[in-house]
Design a protein around this ligand. Sequence first.
Ligand SMILES: [Fe+2]
Length: 173
Amino acid sequence: MGITEKMYRDILKLNVDVVTMGNHTWGKKEIFSFIDEKKIIRPANYPSNNPGKGYTIIEKKGKKIAVINLIGRVTMGILSENPFLKAKEIVQKIKSEVDMIIIDFHAEATAEKIALGYYLDGDVTIVFGTHTHVQTADEKILENGLRLYYRYWNDRSEEVSYWDGYRSFIQTI
Ligand SMILES: [Fe+2]
């Protein structure tokens, strides 16, 4: 589990804009040699003195896009800060300088992902819920426009689904 530098470089070669992590962030110790690069983020609600950063801002088609990574607390077994408060804190900090905000919420409980979506509706553009080991078919647009995808496969299909969702959204901007 975890990511090697070769895996990271191979993913970037596929024109991936941002690599987000999750509960296996520290699974390979070599991550410490590239965790500070702009295109890789780890959950923002990990303890603040952990290496790396919890969000990054990229430019795509002239738009500034923030990507925030969070980890859930329900049945995850990971010691973390409150993802709701951390998300709100980051959103308040960067909202005025970006055109859209995308969140990868790496969490087990779909209820926690849905709750985060409602909590951030109006502040955030998309919440992708990763990690969950069930098939996705659950996208919805909330009252204030937030796009919520709260279940994604946790194998190769997850990468395809996640990428397709992101790519189809980017094509609309
Ligand atoms: Fe996971």
